[in-house]
Design a protein around this ligand. Structure first.
Ligand code: SF4
Length: 65
C-alpha cells in the first residue's frame, strides 16, 4: 500500500511523524513527506493525519479495463 501527502492540507503538525514512528518526516517547508509506507500503514494509514492530508494511493492497474 502506498500513501501520499496532500501538501495543501498538511499543516506541518508532526503528528504523523510521531504516530508512524518515522514513517513520515517533515521537510524544510514544514510539510510531511513519506518515508516508509509500511510504517504508515501499521499506524493506521490515512487516519494518522487529523487534517486528512494523508491519502492512500490506489494502484488499480489490475482492475483497469
Ligand atoms: Fe501534515 Fe497531517 Fe502529518 Fe500533521 S499529521 S504533519 S497535517 S500530514
Amino acid at each position: 500500500m502506498k500513501f501520499e501527502i496532500d501538501k495543501q492540507k498538511c499543516v506541518g503538525c508532526g503528528v504523523c511523524v510521531q504516530l508512524s514512528d518515522g514513517g513520515t518526516k517533515l521537510s524544510k517547508d514544514m510539510k510531511a513527506e513519506i518515508v516508509d509506507n509500511e510504517k504508515i500503514e501499521k499506524a493506521g494509514g490515512e487516519s494518522v493525519c487529523p487534517f486528512g492530508a494523508i491519502k492512500r494511493v490506489t494502484d488499480n492497474k489490475e482492475n483497469k479495463q
